[in-house]
Design a protein around this ligand. Structure first.
Ligand SMILES: C[S@@+](CC[C@H](N)C(=O)[O-])C[C@H]1O[C@@H](n2cnc3c(N)ncnc32)[C@H](O)[C@@H]1O
Length: 289
């Protein structure tokens, strides 16, 4: 299963959900207290044509094996939360915060597409014995996953601003007896970071849309000592997956720290001496001095 196939399915699936949302709430005509979210829906619906549902149906039918590969629970939560967001952006039933809803995020990071992404990244970079990996926005599952792969000669450092997600990650690291090679740091990946060691690989998986891209990429380059590989996964690169952008913006805006989806162009501008290969929602950025 490719990530492209998976996201084609998700796009079709969410387009149907958006259509039913608009029928049920009549958000085009009815006013709700959260005027900003209403206005986002109205602008999305202005560009929406019912014939797109035919394409959405084809995408769902052609890519339905995606369902057997991973859970879509996070996308169902986007849909559920969108009804409550019409009332208030911080309505308690909008359950998408990395700190407040860390227990839900932990389930999604384990079972949704993030698992597939981790496996793809590990395959792509072929993690050797003594490799040193820095993971920016590591969440609760990646530290034990990559910790297993780097072996006791390697190092994995994960940084995240969500203390509850880091606590869950730490529990898994201890359970897997990986504490000798895994370090976890509580910090913002777009604050200025200083590193005690040089890393070979920096991973940014599904994180740039929540951060200042320039500061995050500057940290990545500094961590590599100006030479190495940065791996970026994004559900949407705004200049590659243009079709998906409006729909995904609508739903991802429900995640409290969401900013905008990154573009490859923006990443290229942040890292001057680099070669970028993009395939299947993953950008491999080779940086050399
Ligand atoms: C969608 S999760 C992805 C987690 C992990 N990279 C994975 O693929 O399993 C995004 C993670 O980025 C973290 N995050 C978001 N903004 C951040 C920031 N500015 N600094 C540090 N971590 C951040 C969140 O707490 C969350 O754990």
């Amino acid at each position: 299963m490719t990530l492209s196939k998976l996201f084609k399915f998700v796009y079709g699936y969410m387009l149907f959900k958006a259509f039913f949302f608009s029928l049920k709430t009549r958000v085009n005509e009815v006013d709700y207290p959260n005027a900003e979210y209403v206005s986002m829906w109205r602008s999305f619906l202005r560009g929406f044509r019912e014939r797109e549902l035919k394409r959405a149906l084809n995408l769902v039918l052609e890519n339905s094996d995606a369902l057997s590969e991973c859970s879509l629970e996070i996308f169902d939560c986007f849909d559920r939360s969108s009804y409550f967001a019409l009332i208030h952006p911080n309505h308690p039933n909008v359950t998408l915060g990395f700190i407040k809803d860390s227990d839900l995020w932990d389930i999604w990071l384990k079972d949704c597409f993030y698992k597939l992404v981790r496996e793809k990244i590990a395959d792509l970079i072929g993690i050797g014995d003594d490799v040193k990996i820095l993971d920016l926005g590591c969440g609760s599952v990646s530290p034990s996953f990559y910790g297993e792969l780097v072996s006791s000669n390697g190092i994995y450092t994960g940084i995240d601003f969500s203390k509850p997600l880091l606590n869950l990650a730490m529990a898994r690291v201890k359970e897997g007896r990986l504490s000798d090679r895994v370090n976890l740091i509580w910090n913002y990946v777009d604050s200025k970071l200083l590193f005690k060691r040089r890393y070979d690989i920096v991973i940014c998986s599904s994180v740039l849309q929540y951060t200042n891209v320039k500061s995050t990429m500057q940290n990545a380059v500094r961590a590599l000592g100006g030479d190495g590989l940065v791996v970026v996964f994004s559900e949407v690169f705004s200049d590659v997956h243009k079709d998906y952008l409006n729909l995904f913006n609508l739903y991802y805006s429900l995640i409290p720290s969401f900013k905008v989806f990154p573009s490859i162009e923006e990443i290229r501008n942040c890292v001057l001496d680099c070669r970028i290969k993009v395939r299947d929602h993953i950008a491999l950025i080779e940086i050399s001095k």
